[in-house]
Ligand binder design. Structure first.
Ligand code: ATP
Ligand code: MG
Length: 232
């Protein structure tokens, strides 16, 4: 579904990602871990074609990324949950989710798909007509995920979606992400919360200062010095 091969990116003259390689197979749930400033969002931006590569290549669903524009990615069946959620505060929850649907090139059957999302996120149902900016942080996190999932993407990529949620809500949120994965969606989950992310992931990749310092199965990472030293 996704393959990064020796990717470098720069911010002006500043080096950020260096020699980053990893792959995500169909049906997997892979988490990308790392401390603040490690390059997680930079990786997200590179994958979403928002940032040019200085070196290396990215393949997404069998296509080379450099041949695609960001808008075309949604049409391929990829859902994005960006850092900070980026909801449109002044329009309704329903319209925010509708925009995710239309971004995937879909129009018909929105009502049915919306209803499916509201079954997955029952807390959002009562808020559907409300302006998104008036929702609580936890509710906004669910709307951002619903917006990414409403078009039934094959792959969903999330950048710290649980930030700011209470421990109880984080558990609920991660249960939902695991359920989405069990139903067949491949998931790339960027997280700082290593223990919780690894508890639902098949595999993980750990970034520090723009480089991959550890990768492996969830169990391997939980036992690795790099992860234990930084997190546990
Ligand atoms: N537009 C930019 N210009 C210059 N430097 C940038 C730019 N965007 C990010 N950086 C730098 O690149 C580094 C990696 O940033 P990035 O946002 O990828 O980190 P992150 O792992 O997502 O961190 P966090 O967990 O805090 O979100 C940081 O040192 C940051 O200051
Ligand atoms: Mg970030």
């Amino acid at each position: 579904m996704l393959k990064l091969d020796k990717v470098d990116t720069n911010y002006g003259v500043v080096a950020m990602l260096r020699d980053v390689s990893f792959h995500v197979g169909e049906g997997e749930l892979v988490c990308i871990l790392g401390p603040n400033g490690a390059g997680k969002t930079t990786t997200f931006r590179a994958i979403s074609a928002l940032l040019p590569l200085a070196k290396g290549r990215i393949e997404i669903m069998g296509r080379e990324l450099s041949s695609l524009r960001t808008e075309a990615l949604s049409g391929l069946g990829i859902g994005f949950v960006p850092e900070g959620r980026r909801l449109f505060a002044d329009i309704s929850v329903r319209d925010n989710i509708r925009l995710g649907y239309e971004a995937q090139g879909l129009k018909a059957d929105f009502a049915d798909r919306l209803d499916e999302m509201l079954t997955l996120f029952p807390r959002v149902r009562d808020r559907i007509g409300q302006r998104a900016g008036t929702l609580s942080g936890g509710e906004q996190a669910m709307v951002a995920l619903a917006r990414a999932l409403v078009g039934k993407p094959k792959l969903v990529i999330m950048d710290e979606p649980s930030l700011g949620l209470s421990p109880k809500l984080i558990d609920e949120y991660f249960d939902t992400v695991a359920e989405v994965n069990r139903r067949g969606t491949t998931v790339v989950l960027i997280e700082q919360n290593a223990e919780t992310a690894l508890s639902i992931a098949n595999r993980g990749i750990m970034l520090v200062k723009g480089r991959v310092v550890a990768s492996g199965t969830a169990a391997e990472l939980l036992g690795s010095d790099a992860v234990r030293h930084l997190y546990l």
